[in-house]
Design a protein around this ligand. Sequence first.
Ligand code: NI
Length: 166
Amino acid sequence: MPVKSLITLPDPRLRQVAAPIDQFNATLAELMQDMTDTMIAGPGGVGLAAPQIGESVRAVVVDCSRSQRPCRNHGLLYLINPEITALSEGEALGREGCMSVPEWVGMVPRARRITVNYQSMDGQRLSLSTAGFEARVIQHEVDHLNGKLFIDRVVSVHDLVRRMDT
Ligand code: NI
């Protein structure tokens, strides 16, 4: 179960739109396990998208139970071909970092509540509604599949600061 090396800015692969997954097989299971191992190895990792380890496909792992901040969450989630279908009207500002943008953290507006449609590892179509920090993490990870990073979403450059702990 190897921990993969992380792609970081300014690698152009972070800016690609990832391809949908249509093969629900052992290769996918291996990818999801590698992503999970890489997320756990990373500092403060609560989510990872496949493009961050160089695989330009629409797969995300999220585990907000790993957060130091207590929050309601659904534990370890494997989201294949995720699509956010309902965004709440209200947005909240929250602090985000990213293992692919190691030197910066920023205050990013995100929908407070979302519904995400996705497929499980065996291709089953599922839907999940969530709010708060977990909704934020899912929005951040789905952005990666569209070549978007949190630094693109800060309202002003003043919302971006150098990470002090690295
Ligand atoms: Ni990220």
